[in-house]
Design a protein around this ligand. Structure first.
Ligand SMILES: NC(=O)c1ccc[n+]([C@@H]2O[C@H](COP(=O)([O-])OP(=O)(O)OC[C@H]3O[C@@H](n4cnc5c(N)ncnc54)[C@H](OP(=O)(O)O)[C@@H]3O)[C@@H](O)[C@H]2O)c1
Length: 267
């Protein structure tokens, strides 16, 4: 298999996109450390699915907002695996913990967003790199539109935090380039079996119809497996010259022009 003998840590892989990443890496022979914060049974379920795919791994509880937890998580990875070839920063707190517009977001909500993305990425990468040989892979899961646009008001904290994480990718990419360690951000479009499924049914329906109706040119939402496949590609030896990039994995969503009605864009 493509990644036989490699070890990965995927934060927030008890469910959603993180689980999809863990399973795709497992299919390619990677042993996976499955991080979760609260949902131990879901993490165990991910591990069982990893094992069904012929790989192995372990679950590790850690809140990525807490620096001490990050240190403990990476120490466990060192103890279990000895080395680490792949680090994926994917965890994102539940929506109510940070979801508030710019005029009303609380300091706690702002800190939750920044700590879980920018600070967690800074500290995790610095703890992961000493376990990596040359040619390691570091991947941050972002949502790039949140950092570029200003229209989705309650996303302000997460948008700013993801932007800071994308910026860190570029700085780490330059810092680690001599060792052949690549650092990239992947930006999914809207994904099934993820936070989407925690939204009210009416909101889910609206979002699906929007994308199926043309705002995602491929006419469907993504899946955790789509993102897992993209991570797996970036982990290949052949992707060793790609670093410091924010790459959309979105079925063409980022190609659309929000200034024009669909009918005109379609011609
Ligand atoms: N869903 C989308 O459409 C979409 C689109 C673009 C980007 N993204 C990005 O993709 C990533 C995953 O999103 P998702 O929708 O799959 O998430 P999700 O289904 O809400 O799952 C979140 C995961 O993060 C874990 N987690 C939450 N807070 C944590 C913390 N403080 N420390 C450690 N782990 C924590 C959860 O663990 P527990 O199970 O223990 O709670 C869970 O495994 C996020 O970074 C998100 O911003 C998602």
């Amino acid at each position: 298999m493509a990644h036989d003998g490699k070890h990965a840590l995927v934060t927030g892989s008890s469910r959603g996109i993180g689980r999809g990443i863990a399973l795709k890496l497992a299919e390619q022979g990677v042993e996976v450390a499955i991080n979760y914060r609260k949902n131990e049974s879901a993490a165990k379920d991910t591990l069982a699915k990893v094992q069904q795919r012929g790989a192995d791994g372990f679950i590790v509880q850690a809140d990525v907002c807490r620096p001490d937890d990050i240190t403990r998580m990476l120490a466990r990875v060192k103890g279990e695996f000895g080395t680490l070839e792949i680090f994926v920063s994917n965890a994102r707190p539940d929506v109510p913990e940070f979801y508030q517009g710019p005029m009303s977001i609380t300091v706690e909500q702002w800190d939750c967003a920044m700590n879980s993305q920018a600070k967690a990425f800074l500290l995790s990468v610095r703890a992961a790199v000493p376990l990596m040989g040359d040619g390691g892979r570091i991947i941050a899961i972002t949502y790039a539109p949140g950092g570029r646009t200003g229209s989705w008001q309650p996303w302000v904290g997460m948008g700013a935090a993801k932007s800071a994480m994308e910026s860190l990718c570029r700085y780490f990419a330059a810092a680690l380039a001599k060792r052949g360690i690549t650092v990239n951000a992947l930006s999914p479009g809207w994904i099934e079996d993820s936070v989407l499924n925690t939204l009210p049914d009416a909101a889910q329906d609206m979002i699906r119809k929007w994308h199926q109706g043309g705002w995602t040119p491929m006419g469907r939402l993504g899946t955790p497996a789509d993102i897992g496949n993209a991570v797996s590609l970036l982990c290949s030896k052949e992707a060793g010259w790609i670093t410091g990039q924010t790459i959309a994995v979105d079925g063409g969503l980022s190609l659309m022009d929000a200034g024009l009605p669909l009918e005109i864009q379609r011609g």
